[in-house]
Design a protein around this ligand. Structure first.
Ligand code: FES
Length: 156
């Protein structure tokens, strides 16, 4: 494993374990997941137990111990979005990306997840791609929304 990105993050926070969550956020952003070896290296450099770092890494839903795609797609399946057809959007994405919710495409470009209510029910169905909310989504709009990501025109 290349430790340079991990070292850069550790230095950024002056090797202070009180910034552990922020460090893990940076690592997740940089590598799109938290590699086991990187967590073990971090624990050693911070002088904390592996148990502690893995407990934090598994506590927050934003962290993943398995590789995630460069682009993260979240489809809201809360009641308001569901009755407005969010399930059809999930079906469309499953077909297009050839993955199920919780999955990541083999080229590591996209990860698909479902969530329960994003607090914007009046504009449902809601889809969030790399943190950008899109409301009143449909299967057709979803295809258009993903196009720039597919062509690599949009970076996360
Ligand atoms: S149910 Fe989807 S935003 Fe609330």
């Amino acid at each position: 494993m290349d430790v340079n990105p991990v070292e850069t993050i550790l230095k950024r926070y002056d090797y202070q374990d009180s910034w552990l969550v922020a460090m893990l956020q940076d690592l997740q952003t940089e590598m799109h997941y938290l590699p086991k070896e990187a967590l073990e290296y971090m624990a050693e450099k911070l002088g904390i137990s592996r148990t502690r770092i893995f407990r934090v890494a598994t506590f927050y839903a934003a962290f993943s111990l398995t590789p995630k795609g460069k682009h993260r797609i979240h489809v809201c399946l809360g009641t308001a979005c569901h009755v407005r057809g969010a399930g059809l959007i999930v079906n469309t994405l499953e077909r297009q990306l050839k993955i199920k919710p919780g999955g990541t495409t083999s080229d590591l470009q996209f990860s698909l997840d479902t969530v329960n209510c994003l607090g914007a029910c009046a504009s449902g169905p809601i889809v969030v791609v790399d943190g950008e909310y899109s409301g009143e989504m449909s299967s057709l709009k979803m295809e258009k929304l993903l196009k720039p990501y597919r062509k690599g025109k949009k970076e996360s």
